[in-house]
Design a protein around this ligand. Sequence first.
Ligand code: SAM
Ligand code: SF4
Length: 324
Amino acid sequence: MKDGFGREINYLRLSLTDRCNFRCRYCMPPDGVIMLRHEDMLTLEELFAVVKLMAERMGFNKVRVTGGEPLIRKGAIEFMQWLGTIDAVDDLSLTTNAFHLEPHARVLHEAGFRRVNISLDTLRRDLFEEITRVDGLPQVLRGIRAAKEVGFDPIKLNAVAIRENLDEAVDLVDFGVQNGIQVRFIELMPVLGGSNGEFVSVDRVRQAIETRYKLLPIGEGGDPRGKNPSSAAEVFRIEGTEATCGFIPSITRPFCRACNRVRLRGDGHLKPCLASSQSFDLMPHIRPVFASDALEAFIRERIVSHKRQSRGAYEIDSMSMYGG
Ligand code: SAM
Ligand code: SF4
């Protein structure tokens, strides 16, 4: 379907839970943010019914499961298997911190998940613990290896650019080159719930990488979005290798023109734009009765009428609620 700005919207990002086993310092404070109440969360059956409706009636053929940490929600794996049964969805993907990925990678791949984005800001165990507040790097690396072994393709590593990992940019790209994985550097968004560390622009990260590698835009005419105009990432081929790396300049070059996504929070709040304070509660159309027609009409109306916000103003409490 089209939104009020004429953009084709076909991509649903579904935050299964706002809870997480990590406490990444740019995402949430050490003792966590105020969590959504369990009784306010949609059940997995309800979430599945909403996704199915949006896919079958409204053309949402791309679905990404995210969080919080999606793999820690009870029943998450089974839920993702259900998603694999929706024929109208032809692109199923997952964003995870990969701490719990190793034992589930194969079953998720068999369920139809093909693409996975994994957060990894550093290859240094001490810095990893400092950022996430969990000594989890070895287990995350095992998760990445498992994803590769079972055939996830592409695997993308998301690194939030902060002052402390700037000197590791080349090492992270080397890791990507060696493992056939695209590393993407994301600009830190000033969400309300996190201590935001120190901002580094992705252009600065790119300069650091260019001391070692020549980067060539993937698209014709030097367009770094190539054949995917709605991609948030600017992507470059790393000369002399088969690998690519990407940059997401959410703050310095926010990219709204070809945005194709909406976000659904686990408690049924629909958010058409991350850079806007507007979100819309679907619950009255889901409980006490799942009213398919009313729900469809409501979602359509909100996607068409939502307002654009000033550029770069991210009004969300915590990234863990909406899944990035
Ligand atoms: N827990 C999963 C993970 O970390 O991949 C999925 C949810 S997490 C909120 C999704 C993405 O948001 C991650 O890649 C994370 O690095 C990114 N993120 C979190 N807080 C951010 C912030 N303040 N600015 C930019 N990206 C952020
Ligand atoms: Fe958890 Fe992901 Fe937020 Fe880190 S970025 S605290 S892993 S939800």
